[in-house]
Design a protein around this ligand. Structure first.
Ligand code: NAI
Ligand code: UGA
Length: 480
């Protein structure tokens, strides 16, 4: 029986390994982590991450050929294939701070593999890493090899949160990069055999190591670039009276461009887009390509601009001050169908409003008050380290209240900000909300989920990203 071990039981390691276990009943899969609470949760009825369909997959395999454990060394020693899916945060100190990937966790995992291994192993990079990481890992492993043969593969993950199980069941492609040597090709084929249990062969792409590593960074940069492109257009739409949804549709029907990923928003969030682009920028700079670095940096700059523009629009519309006004925040997760708040635009919007002394009442169906308080008091990039290294007792942000109902959040509020596109926000009783709010009552829709015309009929002043502006908003211009 082939034995797989995955180091890192997070948003990628957990779901990916659960699906491998489900699709490959003859493979034994152990997912290991240094975080005791995380492993305890994986072994309980309350999984540590919310992901549609995940419970079902885990329930089918856990205890049969899928195991979650903190006994990292034992499972690594026994495995034929070791996936490494640990955090690769942005460095906060030293060389490359604010841009480069921090490979501390990767390096410690590689050293541990070298220490405990007694048999040959295929080591698979599942985390998103800088180009040429495989070379560094190879050096660590071979300098400590005790005669053991290691093959390093790059197998980046393309799943998106909220649709992880669907994406893993039916991926657009699986990418495997390896050394172009007989041993390298053999290792590539061994991993290909695992995926071939459910992924059609023509969707399994094999490349050299560096192409696989770079393709992951490139894919995320291209995706984020589309959002920054449409968000840049949204500002121009507001200035000209064009409607960004109509522009996106007209542009996206060109088959060379395609319709997906053209929704204007308050800005993209999530643990990876910003981190991976910063990493790409750093790699370009290190390779003497400042123009290329600046090109990609602009994707982040537009994203920051979009979040600032949204906050300024709110404050400007409400007579240039939100001090002591109750503002309801609907949605805190970085997108719907996940409880993940890493780099969510809601953090920047809330911090911006708190900077102007607003009182926030926040409702998200999947995010706890503890998490929100932690996010609003944490330093930039701290969130991307293993749980036990994150600040344990954050100071409570006093002007923030978290509630478990959209109606409670909006009661007596001056304004409602929609920051996540949860389906339930489309069907709220906005007449009831309006009746219980201060007047004039504002809605700032950062995800374009509500029917703005219906809300205007009720009496709201509505701002939707990239849509023709209400007369009220035109009279109160927001400077980003
Ligand atoms: N979240 C996502 O949707 C995607 C993430 N990625 C990449 O996958 C990697 C992992 O991301 P996530 O799963 O989101 O992170 P995560 O933070 O949810 O999980 C990482 C886990 O690794 C554990 N860990 C760290 N060092 C360890 C060590 N030495 N030994 C054992 N466990 C260790 C941590 O305790 C943590 O539970 C990152 O490189 C990320 O860029 C790639 C595609 C999608
Ligand atoms: O490397 C990663 O971590 C993953 O990053 C993204 O996945 P994810 O961040 O989970 O979610 P997305 O659906 O890409 O959304 C990212 C952000 O962009 C925003 N978005 C997305 C699409 C769009 O049209 N407009 C828009 O503002 C979302 O609301 C969200 O805040 C990629 O889609 C995955 O392929 C990749 O594996």
């Amino acid at each position: 029986m082939v034995k797989i071990c995955c180091i890192g039981a997070g948003y990628v390691g957990g779901p990916t390994m659960a699906v491998i276990a489900l699709k490959c009943p003859k493979v034994e899969v152990a997912v290991v982590d240094i975080s005791v609470p995380r492993i305890t949760a994986w072994n309980s009825d309350q999984l540590p991450i919310y992901e549609p369909g995940l419970d079902d997959v885990v329930k089918q395999c856990r205890g049969k050929n899928l195991f979650f454990s903190t006994d990292v060394e034992k499972h690594v020693a026994e495995a034929d294939i070791v996936f490494v899916s640990v955090n690769t945060p942005t460095k906060t100190r030293g060389l490359g701070a604010g841009k480069a990937a921090d490979l501390t966790y990767w390096e410690s995992a590689a050293r541990m593999i070298a220490d405990v291994s007694k048999s040959d192993k295929i080591v698979v990079e599942k985390s998103t890493v800088p180009v040429k990481t495989a070379e560094a890992i190879e050096k660590i492993l071979t300098h400590n090899s005790k005669g053991i043969n290691y093959q390093i593969l790059s197998n980046p993950e393309f799943l998106a949160e909220g649709t992880a199980i669907k994406d893993l069941f039916n991926p657009d492609r699986v990418l495997i990069g390896g050394r172009e040597t007989p041993e390298g090709l053999k290792a590539v084929n061994a991993l290909k055999d695992v995926y071939a249990q459910w992924v059609p062969e023509d969707r399994i792409i094999t490349t050299n190591l560096w192409s696989a590593e770079l393709s992951k960074l490139a894919a995320n940069a291209f995706l984020a670039q589309r959002i920054s492109s449409v968000n840049a257009m949204s500002a121009l739409c507001e200035a000209t009276g064009a409607d960004v949804a109509q522009v996106s549709y007209a542009v996206g029907t060109d088959s060379r461009i395609g319709p997906k990923f053209l929704n204007a928003s308050v800005g993209f969030g999530g643990s990876c887009f910003q981190k991976d682009i910063l990493n790409l920028v750093y790699i370009c700079e290190c390779n003497g390509l400042p123009e290329v670095a600046e090109y990609w940096r602009q994707v982040i700059k537009i994203n920051d601009y979009q979040k600032n523009r949204f906050v300024n629009r709110i404050v400007a519309s409400m007579f240039n001050t939100v001090a002591n006004k109750k503002v309801a925040i609907l949605g805190f997760a970085f997108k719907k169908d996940t409880g993940d708040t890493r780099e969510t635009p809601a953090i920047d919007v809330c911090k911006g409003l708190l900077g102007d002394k607003a009182q926030l009442s926040i409702y998200d169906p999947q995010v706890t008050e503890d998490q929100i308080q932690r996010d609003l008091s944490m330093n930039k990039f701290d969130w991307d380290h293993p749980l036990h290294l994150q600040p344990m007792s954050p100071t409570t942000v006093k002007k923030v209240h978290c509630v478990w109902d959209a109606y409670d959040a909006t009661k007596d509020a001056h304004a409602v900000c929609i920051l996540t596109e949860w389906d339930e926000f489309k069907n709220l009783d906005f007449q009831r909300i309006y009746d219980n709010m201060q007047k004039p009552a504002f809605v700032f829709d950062g995800r374009n989920v509500v029917d703005a015309n219906k809300l205007r009929e009720i009496g709201f002043i509505v701002y939707s990203i990239g849509k023709p502006l209400d007369a009220w908003l035109k009279d109160m211009p927001a400077v980003a």
